[in-house]
Design a protein around this ligand. Structure first.
Ligand code: SF4
Ligand code: SF4
Ligand code: SF4
Ligand code: FES
Length: 232
């Protein structure tokens, strides 16, 4: 097989041609934050949080869509890379409740208890009770300075059979859409326009009408608490 050797964060990695920079880094246990990547789905490249520096290449290429090449020298964690990621994270968090992400009490809080800072429930972050990828990524990258206060969007919260969807928490990463289409072969979810807003949700009025099989695969891929499977 055709082998290549590249260097990521000063670690030499020998691998097969045809993989991405992200996959090469993961082979060497080098963490690169991602919010729209799934190992079993085709590359998408929308969140831009997997930005890296590659010597000889301009800007900050997205590791998840950049093919690994022989002789490449990649840096995944320089101040410039982290700053670039913080810009994109800031854009995501401007639409998502984020107070709890940087709160000093967050590990002591229970979802329904009174907030020590008086923040209303609708503005708290579900990462308090949810294994949230967005929280992990924000911890690694750092919350951008000067992030404006979250303005509640007052979007619907829907429950249908075993599914719970809170549109306020959706960061439009598209993972649920691609899982349903590419892995499950159903295509119940998509980018739809409702009330003059482009959002991700069932392509018809409800999950059932959209052909959903309630398999929960989309909920496992969701990096926030926007789409969850209800217990019981
Ligand atoms: S609920 Fe209030 S006190 Fe608890 S983590 Fe969120 S902001 Fe902090
Ligand atoms: S639960 Fe429904 S929407 Fe989600 S992946 Fe399964 S079929 Fe698709
Ligand atoms: S519901 Fe979850 S997986 Fe789907 S686009 Fe929103 S954040 Fe991404
Ligand atoms: S994980 Fe690469 S752009 Fe989102």
């Amino acid at each position: 097989m055709d082998k290549i050797t590249l260097e990521i964060d000063a670690i030499k990695i020998k691998t097969s041609r045809g993989i991405t920079v992200l996959e090469a880094a993961q082979k060497a246990d080098i963490y690169i934050p991602t919010l729209c990547h799934h190992p079993k789905l085709s590359p998408f490249g929308s969140c831009r949080l997997c930005a890296v520096e590659i010597e000889g290449m301009p800007g900050f290429p997205s590791a998840c869509i950049t093919p690994a090449r022989d002789g490449m020298v990649v840096h995944t964690n320089t101040p410039r890379v982290q700053e670039s990621r913080r810009c994109f994270l800031g854009a995501i968090l401007s639409q998502h409740p984020h107070i709890c992400l940087s709160c000093e009490y967050r590990d002591q809080c229970e979802p329904q208890q009174e907030c020590k800072k008086g923040v209303p429930l609708a503005e708290r972050c579900c990462s308090l009770f949810h294994d949230c990828e967005l929280r992990k990524v924000a911890d690694y990258i750092g919350i951008p300075d000067g992030l404006p206060p979250y303005k509640p969007r007052n979007l619907p919260v829907v429950t249908e059979e075993s599914l719970f969807m809170d549109y306020n928490l959706c960061i439009s990463c598209g993972l649920c859409v691609r899982v349903c289409q590419e892995l499950i072969g159903v295509g119940a979810l998509g980018f739809v326009t409702r009330n003059d807003r482009l959002e991700i949700g069932p392509i018809a009025g409800s999950f059932k009408e959209s052909g959903c099989k309630f398999c929960s695969a989309c909920t496992k891929a969701c990096p926030t608490g926007a789409l969850c499977a209800m217990q019981g």
